[in-house]
Structure formats: C-alpha cells, structure tokens
Design a protein around this ligand. Structure first.
Ligand code: PLP
Length: 341
C-alpha cells in the first residue's frame, strides 16, 4: 500500500541519521547476532532524540492553524518538552509547559534547557497532574487564546496521528539504510513511552514492507496499555490521512518486563548496561528510556526471543536525563564490567 500524501513538514531534524554496527558489543555478547544502532540521538545537538522527528509535522500543523503559542506537557525531565521549548525559541513561538512533579531549587538536565529557552513553566504534583491534565491543558489554551495568542496543544510526547508521521518517515529512512548496508534485519527494537515512535515504526514497517518486526520495550505501564495506545495513534492517523487503512493489518509487539520500580526508576543492572555500552562503544544511553530498553533487548537476545543475523536498536536520545541521575550511576562506575583494551 503506497503512502498517502505527506502533510506539511518543517525541516528541523538533522536527517538522515546514521545506522551504525556495534561490532565490539556484538562480539562481547557472543550470541552470533550483529547489533546495529539507528542514531536518532544525533537528530540535533540540544534537539537530540526522537521528538524532533514528530515535531517536524506537529509544529508545521500548528503554524498552518495560525497559532503563535505551543502548550505541551510531560515529566520534569521530559525530553519532549525540552525539544519543544527549544524549537519554539528557534521558530519564534511562545512555549508553555505543564510539568509533572515538584519544582526543584535548581534546574538540571532537560529542565535547565527548558528554562534557558525561555519556556513558561507550571509544575504540578504527580497525582494532581494525572487526574487533571486535560483541564490544565485546556485552561492554558483558553487563557492564551483570550490574551490574543492562539494556542496549539501538543499531547504527551507528540504521540497522535500527526506525530506518527515522524517515525513513518523514519521507517522509510531505515528501508534505505538496510538497502545500503545490504541487510534485512529480522527485528527493530525501540523504547516506548507514549507510543508514537512505536506506532510510526510499526505502521511504516507494514506500509513499506520492511523485513523487520518492530518491538517496543515499555518503560512504564504494561503491554496492554501500549497495544491500545499504538492502535489509538494509528487510528487517529488513519482518520486524518488514510481512511481506508485496515487497522487489523497492524502487527504490534511489546516487550514487557523491564519497567522496574516505575517510570524513570532504573535498577542497578540498567546502570551497568549503560556503563558497559559506553565503555565498549562510546554510546551513551539514558536510565529513563534507552538504557532500560537496551537492557531489555540484551536480556531477550540471551533468552532467545530475538533471533536472526541482524538486529536494529533505535537510539531515541535522552542523554540529558542521565545527568540528574548521577547519584545512581556513581556506584557502577567503579565496577569492572567489560574488558577494555
Ligand atoms: C519520548 C522518548 C521515548 C519514547 O517515545 P514515545 O514516542 O513517547 O513512545 C524514547 N526515548 C526517549 C529518549 C524519549 O525521550
């Protein structure tokens, strides 16, 4: 099935990102699999990560709708909010962030960048945020509209039918990467948090006939939540762009079991994986998304669930989220985890 016409898009991300083999890591694993990483942490310097791919489409829509203010939401260390705040400054838009969690005395990581970009920020305790998010977003929009600044609300993680385009187009990039490297990976693995990246890749793999099965490793909630969320995002995409797309043709797969104590809370084993990958490959993962997901990928490889000759991990960014968790990282730095030259 061909793609429908591509909607308006702003060229904000540094694309295409490289697809690189991880040979030392593959050898260290000794499972006979060649690991590859799609470097979406290189979509930009401070824009690093997966959100800018989605925001190319979301912000184009906001401008088309005549808005001069963007309202969005997430955790205090949200990568999505950081990318949005920086892009708003880059495009001359006003940015209003509704964040989950207490306001720290001093901003760190992503929050520091939000503040630097001049975003207007409100903080709410987690419980209150969870039960009032829609009304908080709508109230902020009402205030902005009333003040003569038409506002556009971007949902959590820019995961909706518009944002799906970001990773639908990334799937097309992967198709070209695979052709260039002459590989046909059986599996593509990514972290999944608000579902949009997984939704775009899963839809793209289907529409573009990729040889690969797409897996999301959930970093919060559970398998049922993500099966439903991916379906919702693709249904929204279908309704907006491709009404005859058959949702039942979608093969959504979740690797559950690596959430640990909860969102943004990683076990020591995840920090050990982060340190091992950094030492073997100079690749930096984060404890909230990519570290957890990659840790899951390695475990599932060892357990024989992910078989085949080539396996692709999509590095979705998150580096700035590592710094606020420096205290948890400290104990593993002294450990001899991998043999180094
Ligand atoms: C948001 C995010 C994800 C998850 O992507 P979703 O599209 O929200 O599921 C993965 N990794 C990083 C670093 C992120 O910031």
């Amino acid at each position: 099935m061909p793609l429908p016409p591509i909607p308006p898009r702003l060229p904000l991300a540094q694309l295409p990102t490289p697809l690189q083999p991880l040979d030392r890591l593959s050898e260290w694993l000794g499972e006979g699999v060649r690991l590859w990483v799609k470097r979406d942490d290189l979509t930009g310097s401070v824009l690093s990560g997966n959100k800018v791919r989605k925001l190319e489409f979301t912000l184009a829509q906001a401008l088309q709708d005549g808005c001069d203010t963007i309202i969005t939401c997430g955790g205090v260390q949200s990568n999505h909010c950081r990318a949005t705040a920086l892009l708003c400054a880059q495009l001359g838009l006003r940015c209003h962030l509704i964040l989950r969690g207490a306001e720290p005395d001093v901003g760190d990581g992503n929050l520091l960048l939000d503040q630097l970009a001049g975003a207007q920020i409100e903080f709410h305790p987690a419980r209150f945020y969870q039960s009032n998010l829609d009304s908080l977003l709508n109230a902020a929009k009402q205030r902005s509209d009333d003040a003569g600044h038409p506002a556009f609300i971007i949902p959590t993680g820019a995961s909706d039918g518009i944002g799906v385009w970001g990773y639908l187009m990334a799937a097309d990039e992967l198709r070209q990467d695979f052709a260039r490297a002459a590989i046909a990976p059986q599996h593509i693995v990514c972290a999944t948090g608000s579902g949009g990246t997984q939704a775009g890749l899963t839809l793209g793999a289907r529409l573009l006939n990729l040889p690969s099965q797409v897996w999301g490793v959930n970093v919060c909630d559970d398998e049922a939540w993500f099966l439903n969320k991916v379906r919702q995002d693709v249904a929204d995409w279908r309704d907006r762009y491709q009404p005859d797309f058959d949702l039942a043709s979608l093969d959504t797969r979740v690797i559950d079991g690596y959430v640990g104590a909860g969102y943004a809370m990683a076990d020591e084993a995840v920090f050990e994986t982060i340190a091992s990958v950094a030492r073997l490959e100079g690749l930096i993962l984060d404890p909230v998304y990519t570290g957890k997901a990659f840790h899951g990928l390695l475990n599932e490889l060892r357990r024989g669930r992910l078989t085949g000759s080539d396996l692709v991990f999509v590095h979705t960014g998150g580096t700035f989220g590592l710094f606020p968790q420096r205290d948890q990282l400290a104990p593993v730095l002294a450990k001899a985890l991998v043999e180094q030259p």
